[in-house]
Design a protein around this ligand. Structure first.
Ligand SMILES: [Zn+2]
Length: 464
């Protein structure tokens, strides 16, 4: 049941953003939500939206919006799924007979369509698009949006007032500089500041048959260019991101060049065989060179007072090793000890450490330089964001909580995170106001900090 006319609030623009019963049930919530819903959003961790999904199908939409669907190509031999996607009917038939692709994808997406996340999302999108709340109608309405795809993307951004994104460029679906620029232009007046991923540099250099000394020179050059020059697809960066944790687990900084050199040489000897190794064995080959490049990058971040985002929790199965993603495995890099001194660079463990939310919150509670970021959990745990936000705020200072979506593939993930993020943050803050822990003004200031102020200060962004 969605509000269409004015309820107990005088300004009814907000009522289209929430179910009526929430407003009627709790007048304090209604007051807090009215203010929070107007606030700007800075998204501290998110990805490129391309036009790949401008026209889609119900099955494709489910596949592209979920972490389980993300993995579909990995369930078949390399390249087979991409070939099937583009194939004519006859080739598709042959590939299906050999690999059972259609049936497997149907099985995965059928489970997805039966998640509360999708059922809830359909209601939200139907309300936004003005159509019936079922997958087919929503996809029809979405495909028929006037003004082109990026006009639709832009409407989604402005509906939840996203004013600034920290765009992590390590996942571009082959798009590169042009696709990134297209997206950044499409979301204007929302600003974009870029984050560079260490592994993007690895991808270009790890295949080179050069000495470790030469590799090190090239790596440092690329790092400096990504941070200060135009090395992040034509622009500078405001922070770095590392994807190391899911591969090796506990990250110990490595200052010693000797083990890094041995690892580099082992990688050279493994040319041609590494792609056929298991994921754990392959990760061991590059472990020390990756610890070394990570350490060099973190030193550069420290010098510039820039944060390092680190992939934690969540996980794009089946590629990553889920058990390695424990937030406590970041303690040594949060400390960043050298010569018996903790140097404490700004660390942002990503994805709320989900499902280990409490551990990520505790790490941030204990170490003053460790922040807390809300993505993936936002929006994927939907209505339970309320409980998760309570769990985060029980331990993490309000000044360290950063709003984020980790949006990928589909622009709806940006929008949904904003919509649900504001609603359930307002609901959690309401509990603190009703319980007497926060005054109304303190609750609103908490929302400002979480939704945008903390992001601007942690990255030292110029005033907006
Ligand atoms: Zn991400």
């Amino acid at each position: 049941m969605w509000a269409e006319t004015a309820g107990p609030l005088s300004t009814n623009a907000h009522l289209s953003h929430i179910p009526t019963f929430l407003v009627n049930q709790d007048p304090v919530f209604a007051q807090i939500f009215e203010v929070v819903d107007d606030l700007p959003i800075d998204d501290t961790h998110c990805h490129l939206i391309t036009d790949h999904d401008a026209i889609t199908t119900p099955q494709k939409f489910l596949e592209r919006i979920s972490l389980a669907g993300f993995a579909v190509p990995s369930y078949f031999p390399p390249g087979v799924y991409a070939q099937w996607m583009k194939a004519d009917e006859a080739t598709k038939y042959d590939l299906d007979r050999k690999y059972g692709i259609q049936e497997k994808v149907k099985g995965i997406t059928n489970h997805l369509s039966n998640s509360i996340f999708i059922k809830f999302l359909m209601k939200e999108m139907a309300q936004f698009l003005g159509c019936d709340p079922n997958l087919e109608s929503v996809i029809d309405a979405r495909n028929g949006q006037e003004g082109g795809y990026f006009a639709f993307v832009n409407r989604l951004f402005s509906d939840v007032n996203i004013q600034n994104i920290m765009l992590e460029t390590g996942y571009t679906e082959g798009g590169g500089a042009e696709a990134i620029a297209r997206f950044e232009e499409g979301i204007l007046p929302c600003k974009s500041h870029r984050i560079s991923r260490i592994e993007t540099i690895h991808e270009d250099l790890f295949g080179l048959d050069v000495s470790f000394d030469d590799f090190e020179i090239l790596y440092k050059e690329r790092l400096t260019s990504a941070l200060d020059g135009a090395g992040n697809f034509g622009k500078k960066s405001f922070g770095m991101k590392s994807y190391l944790l899911p591969y090796i687990g506990l990250i110990r900084p490595l200052y010693d060049r000797a083990p890094a050199k041995a690892s580099w040489q082992a990688l050279r000897s493994a040319f041609g065989t590494i792609s056929s190794m298991g994921r754990e064995e392959a990760a061991q080959v590059t472990k020390d060179v990756c610890r070394y490049t990570f350490t060099l990058a973190l030193e550069e971040c420290l010098k510039r007072d820039m944060p390092m985002q680190i992939h934690t929790g969540d996980g794009e199965a089946p590629g990553v090793i889920l058990r390695n993603q424990d937030p406590f495995f970041l303690e040594e890099v949060v400390r960043f000890d050298r010569d018996n001194t903790m140097r404490m660079p700004k660390i942002i463990p990503l994805h709320a450490g989900y499902p280990s939310v409490g551990k990520a919150a505790w790490l941030s509670h204990v170490y003053p330089n460790c922040y807390f970021e809300l993505s993936i959990m936002t929006p994927f745990v939907h209505q339970n964001l309320y409980q998760r936000y309570m769990q985060v705020m029980e331990a993490v200072p309000l000044s360290k909580i950063l709003f984020a979506s980790d949006a990928f593939h589909l622009p709806e993930l940006y929008w949904l995170s904003g919509r649900w993020g504001k609603r359930y943050l307002a609901k959690a803050l309401t509990d603190y106001v009703v319980g007497g822990s926060l005054s109304f003004e303190e609750a609103i200031e908490a929302a400002r900090m979480i939704l945008y102020k903390n992001n601007r200060s942690v990255y030292n962004l110029p005033p907006v």
